[in-house]
Design a protein around this ligand. Structure first.
Ligand SMILES: Cc1cc2nc3c(=O)[nH]c(=O)nc-3n(C[C@H](O)[C@H](O)[C@H](O)COP(=O)(O)OP(=O)(O)OC[C@H]3O[C@@H](n4cnc5c(N)ncnc54)[C@H](O)[C@@H]3O)c2cc1C
Length: 411
């Protein structure tokens, strides 16, 4: 592969010994890497800490494809030289079109390529705590090192925030239920009856992968109808341009506005933003999943999970049906593909003083236009910033706005 030459490399990080590090970025997923790349582009000395692309390597199932199209799956760098298309060109391949979903394994390789090119001095270590003090933030690392940083950008992603429906804890403890993020390889459930809770991409793709691995999945969802995206090219060119213009978040004027206007989104009232972040891009599967699910995986729609308990080493789910009746479903395992909810009380690295000083909006930090929280010098990006800047911050295509804004403020 064509590795980026030295001449094209951005500035190296340059920690200042004995004094506070000017900026520390915690996290090396798409948001941490993009933020670091932009800071280095401005020659800001920065320490970048974390396992590169860890969520994508450890918490997503083998065989998964990205729901976002290739053109919406690039990490942002200041010169725009390290897009997914550039990675593919470096491997001697074409850019791919909207009809070619990106395999997760390729996306991980792309992220590692981006990191080596743009953030070569990444330190593969975990941060144990971040606590605000008079001289800056005191940062403790898992390997025992401690240092002070004037500013900190937290890009710790999804991992601390998996959401499980209430009441499942005993089943999880018994190994009979799990969140979708715990399964790197769904083939481990081959031969077993699996109740998959949810109707979004993760639920539907998990169900397809489970069936293909020899398990017996049943999708259980509150919704009355499974939704799938439209294949590229649906509706003809004129309809596409006028009625449903393309955007990195998908087709449609509203999605285009959310993708282009995270700064404007921030101006909306709190309750409107929270409502939009909850409802925009509700549960649906990618267009290419339809044929792997419909008619192949049993689906129970309009069902709410009333309770789930162990019965003779299996799981018995009691499901509410429309109209009030209930029914039961027996399974060997319950897989909750029920998404993520930001709650900073569940972010273990926040020191108690820092946590107390943070102003929150339903668990997410309140942020200014530069992604700075109510603790001066502490910035949040990625999912934690979605309550402020909108749904684009939940996806890789939001890395450009966030990284430019943060690096611009910290240069
Ligand atoms: C199943 C699934 C499928 C998805 N598909 C898509 C898709 O197709 N397209 C799309 O755009 N988005 C998709 N997403 C959303 C995607 O996860 C986010 O867009 C993206 O990963 C967010 O990047 P991030 O850097 O904020 O977080 P993450 O990717 O979660 O990265 C977080 C980083 O922080 C590090 N970290 C965490 N805690 C610490 C610590 N204490 N010390 C040091 N480092 C730490 C981790 O090691 C990791 O490197 C998907 C999500 C899921 C769950």
């Amino acid at each position: 592969m064509d590795r980026p030459s030295e001449g094209r490399r951005p500035a190296r990080s340059a920690p200042v010994s004995g004094r506070a590090v000017p900026v520390t970025v915690v996290g090396a997923g798409p948001y941490g890497l993009a933020t670091a790349a932009h800071l280095l582009g401005h020659r800001v000395p920065v320490r970048v800490l974390g396992e590169p692309m860890e969520s994508w390597r450890e918490r997503m199932p083998t065989g998964m494809y990205l729901k976002s199209s290739p053109s919406a799956s690039s990490l942002s760098d200041p010169a725009g030289r390290y897009r997914l298309a550039d990675f593919r060109a470096a491997e001697g391949r074409g850019p791919g079109g909207p009809a070619d979903p990106v395999p997760v394994e390729e996306f991980v390789r792309y992220g590692l390529w981006f990191q080596q090119a743009c953030v070569p001095d990444l330190e593969r270590t975990a941060v144990r705590s971040v606590e605000a003090g008079r001289a800056g933030f005191r940062i403790a690392l898992a390997d025992g090192e401690e240092f002070t940083s004037a500013r900190v950008v937290l890009a710790t992603g999804l991992a601390p925030f998996p959401h499980l429906p209430a009441g499942l804890a005993p089943l999880v403890a018994a190994g009979l239920a799990s969140h979708s993020c715990e399964h790197r390889d769904l083939a481990g459930l081959a031969g077993r009856r699996v109740a998959v809770l949810g109707a979004g991409q993760s639920a539907l793709e998990s169900a397809a992968l489970l069936r293909e691995a020899g398990a017996e999945p049943t999708v259980v969802a509150r919704t009355g109808r499974l939704l799938f995206g439209e294949p590229p090219g649906t509706g003809g060119p004129a309809v596409r341009r006028l009625v449903k213009p393309g955007s990195p978040l998908g087709p449609g004027w509203s999605l285009l506005a959310f993708a282009r206007g995270p700064a404007a989104f921030r101006q909306l009232p709190d309750h409107t933003r929270l409502q939009l972040v909850r409802t925009v891009l509700g549960p649906s599967g990618a267009w290419w999943l339809r044929e792997r699910v419909e008619g192949r995986v049993p689906v129970l729609l309009g069902r709410t999970l009333r309770s789930a308990e162990e019965r003779s080493g299996a799981v018995r789910l009691t499901l509410g049906r429309p109209g009030g009746a209930t029914e039961t479903l027996e399974a060997d395992h319950l897989l909750a593909a029920t998404g993520y909810r930001v709650d900073l009380d569940r972010l273990p690295l926040l020191g108690p003083g820092t946590r107390r000083a943070l102003r929150l909006l339903e668990g997410s930090p309140r942020l200014d236009a530069d992604f700075q929280s109510s603790v001066p010098g502490l910035y949040f990006t990625g999912l934690a910033a979605a309550a402020t800047f909108g749904p684009v911050l939940r996806f890789v295509c939001g890395t450009g706005h966030a990284a430019r804004r943060i690096a611009g403020a910290l240069r």
